[in-house]
Design a protein around this ligand. Structure first.
Ligand SMILES: Cc1ncc(COP(=O)(O)O)c(C=O)c1O
Length: 383
């Protein structure tokens, strides 16, 4: 049984506010009733706020973050199109896989372990010419490496190439303003820094990318993952295409209201402050984050633990202290843990996690009790 008081700090889904939980527990509504239509209209406006999207088209529909990824691929790319795919972890590789499945000619650039992609290499690769788009991950949740979306979009623009960004682990936690960086598609999922339950994907799409879809030589080979087909519904949500996950949408609307109440700048700052304090505490415990200083994210941190100990530390944190972390991803499972420090996380949560880590590690490592909390505290007080 899930303990109500458990602190869920996996890299998504994350803890929900009581207002978000309440929004999901109302009697079932009709998806074509005026109440839902009005709520959905408001949800689209709130999504625009979270993305910084005044100029492009805003989409929200039912589905996992991967549906948002694959919808971008299927809607934009035709078989035979040449694309660049940047891989900074598992989710970059997932983009490559989707592109290959849908017939693109994919050139890949993988980053060095622990480091964001080499921007000069992205530029020199695109300069070779012939690319339609570059696909990249903002924050790769498997490695916690963050790329700079502004930088990649600028390079793409200079080379006349469309830029598609998976910000599933970014939007509403890590800085990204869609209009300012002039991205072509930025997509996210509901379950991470927005702090809504899983089940909705949100996309901001530039007019340039939309025109590229309209000018395709071949039709988009999907009924559901088709941004041309969804557009009239976003203009007028009274139109039926498929039945939305009503409760998820109502919860997402509430979570986005809370993003707006806090203010996006304040929310980014809170994430940055808490991430910095958390990592300072970690390093005081001799636990090293996987990404180097330039590649760290305010939303998630993967960190090394002694080899073979990750599952034991994870178990103790959960069973004794009620804090739930994720294991390292794939090959990193044995010697890494991952923390999602996003959404509703507070300074108290960071201190609780550091304290629990200290208690868990006492005896097994050479650390002075209190050191992590002591190190993090001034960083939390200063702000
Ligand atoms: C960066 C990133 N992209 C895409 C996804 C896929 O999202 P979903 O699991 O909702 O399909 C995730 C999920 O963790 C993610 O972290």
């Amino acid at each position: 049984m899930i303990d109500e008081d458990e602190l869920l700090l996996i890299p998504g889904p994350t803890t929900l506010s009581s207002r978000v939980r309440e929004a999901m527990s109302k009697p079932q509504q009709s998806h074509v009733a005026p109440e839902f239509y009005n709520a959905f209209k408001e949800l689209l406006q709130l999504a625009r706020y979270a993305f910084g999207n005044k100029e492009g088209i805003q989409y929200v529909f039912t589905g996992a973050g991967s549906i948002g990824m694959e919808t971008s691929v299927v809607s934009l790319i035709e078989p035979g199109d040449k694309v660049l795919s940047i891989e900074t972890g598992h989710f970059g590789q997932r983009f490559s896989m989707m592109l290959e499945i849908h017939g693109a000619k994919v050139e890949k650039i993988a980053s060095q372990p622990g480091h964001h992609v080499d921007y000069d290499l992205v530029d020199s690769t695109l300069r070779k010419g012939g690319f339609k788009a570059v696909f990249f991950t903002h924050v790769d949740t498997s490695t916690s490496i963050m790329n700079d979306p502004a930088r990649i979009c600028e390079i793409a623009r200079d080379n006349g190439v469309l830029a598609v960004c998976d910000s599933v682990c970014g939007i509403a936690g890590a800085r990204l303003n869609f209009d300012e960086i002039k991205a072509d598609i930025v997509l996210t999922g509901s379950q991470k820094a927005i702090a809504a339950p899983p089940g909705a994907t949100l996309l901001a799409v530039s007019n340039r990318a939309y025109e590229a879809m309209q000018n395709r030589k071949t039709p988009i080979a999907s009924y559901y993952m088709n941004l041309l087909r969804w557009k009239p519904i976003m203009d007028d949500p009274k139109i039926y295409l498929t039945t939305p996950a009503v409760q998820v949408m109502l919860a997402l609307r509430q979570a986005l209201l809370e993003v707006k109440e806090e203010g996006i700048e304040a929310r980014w700052k809170r994430h940055e402050t808490l991430a910095e304090a958390f990592r300072a505490g970690l390093e005081a415990l001799n636990l090293k984050p996987m990404p180097d200083m330039e590649s760290r994210s305010p939303t998630v941190t993967a960190f090394n633990v002694p080899k073979g100990k990750s599952a034991e530390i994870q178990d103790t944190l959960r069973s004794k202290y009620g804090i739930h972390l994720a294991l390292g991803f794939g090959d990193y499972k044995e010697f890494m843990l991952r923390v999602g420090h996003f959404g509703n996380i507070s300074a108290t949560d960071v201190l609780a996690l550091l304290g629990a880590l200290e208690l868990t590690l006492t005896g097994s490592s050479n650390v002075r009790p209190g050191i992590a909390v002591e190190t993090a505290m001034p960083l939390l007080q200063a702000k």
